[in-house]
Design a protein around this ligand. Structure first.
Ligand code: NAP
Length: 280
């Protein structure tokens, strides 16, 4: 089994984004991403720092809006303000959200033209309708990786495990638009291993450490592991047991170093694209 190098892909996309950001800057527009952080959660803080580092590398301004235990109303008021702020081109909101809030509910307060992580249900609807929109960066990363692997998805059987609005569902829609035959699995799916073992491409977006084993893999399958599960020693493992599938799979995105770096870089690409449209 071959490892798919997400860090190298992230770098390659980063070079394109850097050029596009510099061009905009020269034309008088500084591409700016606002990151709203409604939590003091340490894992979230770590992810936000990685977004800041990536933004600095490619020439995107990153504005952090740190909030401490906001109410839902306070959070949506910040998103409404950023949606109107002409110096901001992309807006994302981190989780965990205030008690009782859903991402779809909060995402409605990010105007679609700035919704670079596809949190507004309007963005998901536009994706479903085959219209131009920003897909959630993680879902977009799944497709980007498969394209950079030069995989022709037309007619291929792709199984996506997970049906969340931010990963599984939009990933399935993007893959369908590439003419893949897409099966979406979830917690109620019967005989999960058997369904997965028919997949030419398997996308795992569950959040259960190393649940995918050799029994889930068609020989030669390409496996995209979206899962990020913290370990007791402060590390990270995916949804896929890499050792267990090594004899059967053709290729795997490792965790860390697979989907993550591509996702963060696509957030930058989306922000630069949003800035170009808003300045044009
Ligand atoms: P989520 O909202 O919790 O959704 C998980 C999905 O997995 C649900 O659809 C759930 O089914 C399904 N599921 C749960 N247990 C299952 C089982 N035993 N068999 C089959 N399906 C099962 O999670 P998410 O936000 O989509 O994220 C998924 C994973 O991706 C997490 O590990 C998250 O940390 C990671 N992630 C990574 C990145 C990145 O950049 N690498 C970005 C975002 C998320 P039901 O719908 O039936 O409950």
């Amino acid at each position: 089994m071959r490892n798919i190098d997400g860090r190298a892909m992230g770098k390659a996309i980063g070079a394109e984004v850097t050029t596009a950001a510099a061009k905009l800057e020269a034309e008088g527009t500084s591409p700016t991403l606002a990151v709203v952080v409604p939590t003091n959660d340490e894992a979230t803080a770590w992810y936000v720092r990685s977004i800041q580092r990536t933004a600095a590398r490619v020439g995107v301004n990153c504005r952090i809006e740190q909030l401490s235990s906001p109410s839902v109303g306070e959070l949506t008021a910040v998103l409404d303000r950023l949606s109107l702020d002409e110096t901001v081109h992309g807006v994302i909101c981190q989780t965990p959200l205030p008690e009782g809030a859903t991402l779809a509910q909060v995402g409605e307060h990010i105007v679609p033209r700035k919704d670079v992580d596809g949190a507004n249900p309007v963005s998901l609807g536009r994706l479903a309708a085959g219209m131009d929109t920003f897909a959630p960066a993680t879902a977009a990363a799944v497709l980007e990786i498969l394209k950079r692997e030069n995989l022709d998805l037309s007619g291929k059987h792709v199984v996506v495990i997970g049906r969340s609005n931010v990963v599984g569902k939009p990933a399935a829609l993007l893959l369908l638009a590439e003419n893949a035959t897409v099966t979406v699995c979830h917690s109620r799916t019967r005989d999960l291993a058997e369904v997965c073992a028919r997949a030419d491409v398997l996308v795992a977006a569950v959040g259960r450490a190393e649940m995918i084993t050799g029994a889930h893999i068609k020989p030669g399958a390409v496996v995209v592991d979206v899962g990020t599960n913290p370990t007791d020693d402060g590390g990270l493992v995916g949804d896929v047991d890499a050792d267990a599938i090594a004899e059967r799979a053709g290729a795997l995105t490792p965790v860390p170093g697979g989907v993550g770096p591509v996702t963060t870089m696509l957030l930058m690409r989306h922000t630069v694209d949003a800035a170009a449209r808003q300045s044009g």
